[in-house]
Structure formats: C-alpha cells, structure tokens
Ligand binder design. Structure first.
Ligand SMILES: Cc1ncc(COP(=O)(O)O)c(C=O)c1O
Length: 423
C-alpha cells in the first residue's frame, strides 16, 4: 500500500447501503461514537468488513491504516494469531461459559498483582464502564459517602458519569448532581471543589492523562498526580485512576507505574485483552474487601473465561515482544514528523498525545474557519487511506511498521498542505 497515492473520493456505496438498512433496524443506525457525524460525513466508511494487523478493510474493499485501533483495545494488532489460538483452544478444549468460575481467573489475578503497583486484589468484568462504576460503588461503600469528583475524560456510559457530551436524557438529575467535574492540571480548582464538598466526597476519580473529547491530549504536570492523591486523602476520599486508556499502553504496570503514583483503586480495560472484552477493578485489599460482603457485583458473563485467556496471552505477548517500548519509539518518530509538518505547513494545528496517542486538532478562530480546515484535513487523510478520527486521539499498534508510519507521516503532510489551501 506504500505506493498508493489516490486522492479521489472513496467508493463507499456498500457502507451507505448498509447504513440505510440499519436506519430501519437500529435507532440512529449505529451506536454512539461510531456514528458518521463523528467523522467527515460522506467521506468515511461506516462499516468495516475485516482487519489484519494494523490495517482494516471496509465493506467496499477500501483498505486503511487503522490508527483508531478500535478506540484503544487493539494494542498488538487485529486477528493476532497467538491470542486467537489461545481463545480457540479454550473454546475447543474446555468451554468458557459455566455456572462456576474457571481457574484462569486466579492466573490472571496473579499476573496483574505482579505488574500493577496498586493491585493487591482485583475483580474481573467485561466493559470499561463496568470497572469505573464498580470503582465508584466500592468507594461509596468504603467511605459511606456519595459524591464523586471526576476529571474531564469520558468514564463510561453509566448514570453517574454520563453527562460528558451534554446528553442527559434518561439520567435523573439527582444522580448527575452527585458527580462533580474538576479541571485537569488545576489544583486550585480541585481544592476549591474539595472544600465546597467537604465530608461528602467518596472518591476522586481521574485518568492520569487527560483525553477530553475533541480537545488536546494533556499530560499531567510534574507533581500533579501526587498532589491530587494527597488532596483526595486529606479530604477522606478514595483516590482512583481510570486507566481504561492508559493501562497496558503507557507502561505494562499502567500510568501509575509510569508516573510513580499509586492510587487506591484503578480501572483497566481496552488494551488488556487486545480486543476481547475484559475489564478489571484492582486496588488496595482493605478497600477492595468491601466486595466480600457489602457491595454486590455480578453478571452472567463476568466469569466467562475467553477474555481472561485472551488477556493472559496478550500480557505475555506484550512482555515477550517488548511491545510498549516498540510502539513508543515508533510513535516518537511519527510525532516528530507530524510536528515538523504542522510547522512547515503553517496550518494553525496542534499536535498532542505524545508518542502513544497521536492527535491533530485545529486552533479555534472567531470566524470558525478551523472547522472547515479540520474537515478538509481529515477528508484528505481518509482519501489517502489513513483512518483517524477528527474528535478523538489515535493509537498506534505493534503491527504498524516503520514503513506504515512513514507513509502515514507523508500523507499527514500532504493533507495539511491541502487543508492550508482553505486559508
Ligand atoms: C477513560 C475511559 N474510561 C472508561 C471508558 C468506558 O469503557 P467502555 O466503553 O469499555 O465501557 C472509556 C471508554 O472509552 C474510557 O476511555
């Protein structure tokens, strides 16, 4: 694909046909963030057919470099044989959906305890939202308090956290009022809120890296996470890291290992199973132990072992192949090239996300020209078969080769130059 330089509009006929059909089946045709308005409408595919490694193929047979990586889970690559073989073996040799738990639960638990600094005890679930909601319930039970101070990053679709995009229908106001959002990297703001809600706060829950929808990715300032932990503890609140995005990406032990700040509880999901649905809440035994008797946590599918097997294999693969370091070093080169392209193109764009979460955003201007520039940039990019999202940072996976990233950097450069023509 390295020599492809097609810049024409893509043929997306089959995607559009399936979309029309889905409109009659699924309210809105597609759920949530995958809806066409989250991309450039009419330019992006709507349905994917298949994928392998770092590439995806849509239902019209267009092939793309996939830098969304399914919004995070794909850390190694799509259809990774070692992982899939382990899962198939589990299906064929053992089965995975039983009335009782299979021993792989303990194996995975021991691995996590060795890798993640705060993981004295853990519970396994399926979705990231399961883990963040469990964290909130555990913290509330432990502190016997109700309010949650939460960072600006999306933390799942459940009621306590779900006014992120300002869409609140169906969520009782009294529940929303118990979650208060603080500004990232702004200790003063947090301190003010803590004082205001003194003796009411069950938890401070935050992502260690700030990834607000549609806005620049923000790393924690030196000392910030440690100060947040101290503030939470001073006010009697449980300190929770939502590591759903950072877990198994920034470090094999999570962002808590990378930044050297151990939270009381932490949530992991996405990359821990390379695409298989699994999440976990881990943390200090004293706090986690409220799950023994006080807190109810159960689902028909939580103990299903397929994802636990996939997660064990994924973690083994990450360690054996030095995956995270490889992604970081390739990502650093990509970051450098994108920063150079932004500089030389003269487009008012910002690069953020460092080596792991590449994201190009456009500086707001009064005339709102940035919206057209943004649309043109992402239109040009998708036509060049680079799949990134205008309102969400990207990810790099292990199967993206240096050549892939080189091609991608070239296409980003070309697309920026095309977008510049609108200025
Ligand atoms: C930081 C963070 N927390 C929680 C969630 C919720 O995870 P899920 O979509 O698997 O329920 C997400 C999902 O994007 C997330 O990015």
């Amino acid at each position: 694909m390295g020599d492809i330089n097609v810049t024409d509009k893509l043929n997306l006929q089959n995607s559009f046909k399936l979309y029309d059909e889905a409109l009659g089946l699924i309210p809105g045709a597609i759920l949530g963030i995958r809806r066409p308005y989250n991309f450039v409408q009419g330019e992006y595919p709507i349905f994917f057919r298949t994928a392998k490694g770092g590439k995806v193929i849509d239902v019209d047979d267009n092939e793309y470099y996939d830098y969304l990586c399914s919004y995070g889970p794909i850390i190694i690559g799509h259809r990774e044989e070692e992982i899939d073989d382990a899962v198939i073996e589990q299906i064929k040799d053992h089965g995975f959906c039983f009335s009782l738990t299979q021993p792989v639960q303990n194996e995975l638990g021991k691995v996590l305890r060795n890798l993640i600094p705060c993981a004295e005890k853990m519970v396994f679930m399926k979705m990231g939202s399961d883990a963040t909601t469990a964290a909130v319930r555990v913290a509330r039970a432990y502190t016997k308090r109700v309010k949650i101070l939460k960072g600006p990053t999306y933390a799942g679709w459940h009621d306590w956290s779900s006014d992120v995009y300002g869409i609140t229908a169906g969520i009782p106001e009294k529940i929303r009022n118990d979650t208060i959002e603080f500004e990232f990297n702004d200790l003063e703001h947090t301190e003010k809120l803590l004082k205001q809600h003194k003796d009411e706060l069950a938890a401070v829950l935050m992502t260690p890296i700030n990834t607000p929808g549609g806005d620049v990715v923000e790393l924690p300032e030196p000392g910030y996470l440690k100060a947040m932990k101290e503030l939470a503890h001073e006010h009697g609140a449980v300190f929770i890291f939502d590591e759903i995005r950072t877990g198994f990406r920034v470090n094999i032990g999570g962002a808590q290992k990378e930044f050297g700040v151990k939270p009381d509880l932490a949530c992991f999901g996405k990359a821990m199973g390379n695409g298989y649905p699994i999440s976990t809440l881990v943390g200090k035994a004293e706090i986690m132990n409220v799950l023994e008797h006080d807190v109810f946590l159960s689902s028909t599918f939580f103990p299903n072992s397929l994802s636990q097997v996939a997660s064990l294999k994924t973690i083994e693969f990450l360690q054996k192949n030095n995956v995270i370091e490889t992604i970081k070093s390739r990502g650093t080169i990509l970051e450098k090239r994108i920063r150079e392209s932004i500089e030389t193109s003269g487009v008012p764009a910002t690069y953020s996300g460092g080596s792991l979460m590449p994201y190009i955003t456009f500086k707001r201007d009064e005339k709102k020209l940035y919206k057209s520039i943004r649309e043109e940039f992402y239109r040009q990019l998708i036509r060049r078969r680079v799949f990134l999202q205008p309102y969400h940072h990207g990810y790099i996976c292990y199967r993206h080769t240096e050549d892939d990233l080189d091609y991608t950097a070239d296409m980003i450069d070309e697309s920026l130059r095309e977008a510049k023509k609108l200025m």
